[in-house]
Ligand binder design. Structure first.
Ligand code: FE2
Length: 285
C-alpha cells in the first residue's frame, strides 16, 4: 500500500517516484527480452514507421493498428537524407508498443500485478484497466526529444482517469534524457486538446476540447527525475512532462504502461481502441 504521504505527494505534485519496484532479476530479464525483441525485427517487411512527438499526427495505419499488436517504431534520426537506415536496427528503434502487456509474458508479468492494482486504487482508480504498454529505448546519440504534453491528450476519458506507470529499466540521469515534469501543473493546466481518429479511421489528428490552452513552461519550472533502474514513476494524466534528446553514449530504456478507470467513459474517438478496429476490451489490472 502507498503511504498517506505518498498519496498526498502524488496529488500535490502530479508525479511520484517509488524506488526498487523491480528486482535486479526482473531488470535483467526485461533487458534480455528487449534485446530479443529488437533482434526479432524483420527489416525487410517493416514499413519504417518513425515515432515523433513533434507533429504527433501520423497518417500511418501501422500506428493505429499497433494497439493490439507488438510493433516497432524507428527514431527519426536513424535515417540519412536518402532515407537509408544509418544504424544497426537494435540502435535505431525509438519504441515498441502497444500491446506488450497482453501478448508478451515478460511484460505481462510486470504489469498485471496485485501491487500495481493496489497502487492504482490507492491513487483513486476504482476499477483499473491497462490500455497500452511500450518499451521506450531513448537510444544513444539519437534518442528523440519528447515535447511537453499531458497523457490525457492521448488517453481521453470522462472524467479524466489515466495513470502512467513508467519504469526505469536503465539508470536515468542528466545526460541521457531523464523524465522532466512541472510539479503541480496537473492542478492548473487544462487538457485543451485531444488526439482523435479521423472519420476514415486511417489517421489521427489533434482536436481542441474547448478548454483554455496552457503555454509552454519555462525550463526552470521543470524538475528532472534522475533515478535508478527499477524505479517506478507514477504520472498523473494532466501533469506537464517531457524528456530531452539523448545526446549521450548511454541508452535509457524504460517500460511504460497506462491504466484508466473502467468506471470512467472511454471515448470511442480515441486513437487507441482494443481491438484496433474499435472497442474497449482492455485488460483488467
Ligand atoms: Fe507521457
Amino acid at each position: 500500500m502507498l503511504s498517506k504521504h505518498q498519496i498526498e505527494q502524488f496529488h500535490q505534485q502530479g508525479c511520484l517516484v517509488l524506488e526498487n519496484e523491480l528486482s535486479g532479476e526482473q531488470i535483467t530479464e526485461i533487458l534480455a527480452e528487449c534485446k530479443s525483441l529488437l533482434e526479432s525485427l524483420d527489416l525487410e517487411s517493416h514499413p519504417k514507421t518513425t515515432f515523433s512527438t513533434k507533429g504527433a499526427q501520423t497518417n500511418d495505419q501501422y500506428f493505429i493498428e499497433s494497439s493490439d499488436q507488438v510493433r516497432f517504431f524507428f527514431e527519426e534520426d536513424a535515417f540519412d537524407a536518402q532515407g537509408i537506415l544509418n544504424k544497426p536496427k537494435a540502435l535505431a528503434i525509438n519504441k515498441i508498443g502497444h500491446y506488450l502487456h497482453q501478448l508478451n509474458p515478460i511484460f505481462h508479468s510486470v504489469t498485471v500485478t496485485a501491487r500495481n492494482h493496489e497502487i492504482a486504487q490507492d491513487l483513486g482508480i476504482k476499477q483499473p484497466q491497462v490500455l497500452q504498454s511500450m518499451v521506450i529505448f531513448k537510444q544513444p546519440h539519437i534518442g528523440g526529444q519528447v515535447s511537453t504534453h499531458q497523457d490525457a491528450t492521448f488517453l481521453y476519458t470522462s472524467p479524466q482517469s489515466a495513470l502512467g506507470f513508467w519504469y526505469a529499466i536503465q539508470d536515468c540521469d542528466k545526460t541521457n534524457g531523464a523524465l522532466e515534469y512541472v510539479p503541480g501543473s496537473h492542478r492548473t493546466s487544462a487538457v485543451y486538446k485531444r488526439m482523435v481518429r479521423t472519420p476514415d479511421q486511417k489517421s489521427t489528428v489533434f482536436e481542441p476540447t474547448g478548454l483554455d490552452e496552457w503555454s509552454e513552461p519555462n525550463d526552470d519550472e521543470f524538475e528532472q527525475i534522475c533515478c535508478k533502474a527499477g524505479s517506478l514513476v507514477l504520472i498523473h494524466n494532466s501533469v506537464l512532462h517531457r524528456s530531452a534528446h539523448n545526446g549521450s553514449a548511454k541508452s535509457r530504456y524504460a517500460y511504460a504502461f497506462h491504466a484508466i478507470d473502467k468506471t470512467a467513459h472511454y471515448d470511442e474517438r480515441n486513437w487507441l481502441q482494443i481491438p484496433s478496429s474499435g472497442g474497449t476490451e482492455f485488460t483488467d489490472l
